[in-house]
Design a protein around this ligand. Structure first.
Ligand SMILES: [Zn+2]
Ligand SMILES: [Zn+2]
Length: 478
């Protein structure tokens, strides 16, 4: 039980990223309590996690589906393909058939009424476990409810049209297994596991009573696994390797302060360039990459100098630093926060910090376009079931800077390019984010044309008539 608890104990300690809760300290305290009760041991997933075959709990064998009377946005093109039907066999797209040959006799035919079939949406910055667990639930002292809330949110996320998320911090490894095996509905998850930070860096939510550290003893938050704190290169390498051995598809390193971290102001910087370089080398040894949480020019430049593949946030960078992101060929994973509607209720310093980000958002998108930065989109929605639907509005915020076609390309095939950088650690090797033969059958049908009206995606309950993930239908109102 000891090793189980330890292995899965990096799970909660809530610190997302840009993560906008003013009360993380209180949450942290509560999670400490939960951990003492061994709530992750109660989850009972460790023994299962390496043995659950894919879809072993899914009901009914997936088979053949034909989408007819459909216009196709393939994830890459700027226009729609018409006069075709799309055949899905098991979990893959079998063909885009321009001859419209008769459907196989054993196929389910979906008449799409001239709706637009497109790849499922991909969110490149998500926190599966924390997105919708409200503070009062976290504070309610019932460990099971945390994962119950995450479970409910995973289905809502899928039903908003998101068939894939990249998880940038949280106790998500066994949860991902539960989704993949069909126990619960939810999007594909590219897990990072615990976000790795320094003492005092964003994500260090230790209580005052836990400082100074008692020898080599880990804080409960670290044991639960949302954050891992390292102050030496040796520890840093170990923490990175611990995420990878649990199945991390990429590594999340904290490079600077955050919005909500009470003791980690935005301007502070965490790891040295040498330390970042060491973490990146470990990830490269595992044939994957590091994403660095960084807001300021100094933090971003240091991450780039160390060879980071992906910069998260970067809302506060100047033009020269933005140009460096482009020159290095690094990815920029951006979240278009514009107003307080996009974030949970904030107060005090966190409110001032988020206002800084709002001001930075249009600037960084301007730079991204000017210098041709490889830009991914993510929502980073946290700590609120009410805020969950903002995920779709965060997506349509992109229309401030991009055409509808560019937006839809970014959130499908574009984000899929970033997912593919996980290389040998990619949990879903194959074509994602496109409608092509042999691509994963992650599909949505929009009742209307999102190339003409991107706001259709703001009301997925009304405007998405079909949602299919991995060849399985999760919604069909046709
Ligand atoms: Zn985040
Ligand atoms: Zn972050």
């Amino acid at each position: 039980m000891q090793s189980f608890g330890k292995k899965y104990s990096h799970l909660v300690h809530g610190s997302g990223c840009g993560c906008f809760s003013p009360s993380l300290q209180a949450v942290s305290r509560r999670l400490e309590t939960l951990s003492r009760r061994g709530f992750l041991a109660g989850l009972g997933a460790a023994a299962l996690s390496t043995s659950l075959p894919k879809n072993s709990f899914a009901q009914g064998a997936p088979s053949k589906t034909v989408f007819r009377e459909v216009r196709v946005f393939d994830g890459k093109s700027g226009s729609l393909q018409t006069g075709v039907q799309v055949l899905v066999e098991n979990n893959k797209i079998k063909s885009i058939d321009a001859t419209n040959s008769p459907a196989p006799t054993d196929a389910t035919v979906v008449n799409c009424r001239n709706g637009v079939l497109m790849p499922g949406l991909i969110d490149a910055h998500w926190h599966t476990i924390f997105a919708a667990v409200p503070l009062n639930v976290l504070l309610a002292d019932d460990p099971g409810i945390i994962f119950a809330a995450s479970t409910a949110e995973a289905e809502r996320t899928l039903l908003r049209g998101f068939t894939t998320v990249r998880d940038l911090g949280g106790p998500v490894f066994s949860f991902k297994q539960a989704v993949d095996s069909g126990i619960i509905p939810g999007p594909r998850i590219y897990p990072s596991g615990a976000m790795i930070t320094t003492s005092g860096g964003h994500g260090d939510l230790r209580l005052p009573t836990e400082i100074p550290r008692d020898g080599g003893k880990l804080s409960t938050g670290e044991l639960m696994g949302a954050a891992a704190i390292a102050d030496s290169i040796g520890d840093l390498r170990m923490r990175v390797r611990e995420q990878l051995l649990q199945g991390a598809s990429q590594i999340k390193i904290v490079g600077s302060g955050g919005v909500s971290s009470p003791r980690s102001p935005l301007d502070m910087t965490t790891f040295s360039e040498e330390e970042l370089r060491a973490a990146i080398a470990v990830a490269q040894d595992w044939n994957t990459y590091v994403a660095v949480h960084a807001y300021t020019p100094r933090a971003v430049r240091r991450a780039l100098a160390a060879g980071a593949t992906c910069i998260e946030h970067a809302h506060l960078v100047d033009e020269e630093t933005a140009r460096m992101i482009a020159d290095k060929g690094a990815w920029l994973s951006m979240q278009p926060f514009l107003t307080l509607d996009d974030a949970a209720t904030l107060s005090g310093p966190a409110l001032e910090r988020i206002q800084e980000l709002f001001a930075g958002t249009p600037r960084i998108y301007g730079f991204a376009k000017k210098y041709g930065i490889k830009t991914a989109w993510g929502s980073d929605v946290l700590f609120s079931p009410e805020l969950g639907p903002r995920q779709n509005f965060m997506l349509t915020h992109l229309s401030n800077w991009y055409t509808s076609a560019e937006t839809l390309q970014m959130v499908t095939s574009g984000n899929a390019e970033l997912m593919a950088l996980s290389s040998f650690r990619n949990p879903y090797p194959g074509k994602l984010g496109v409608i092509e033969a042999d691509a994963f059958a992650d599909l949505i049908v929009v009742d209307g044309n999102p190339l003409d009206d991107i706001s259709l995606l703001e009301d997925p309950g009304k405007n998405l008539s079909v949602i299919m993930k991995d060849g399985r239908v999760h919604k069909n109102t046709l």
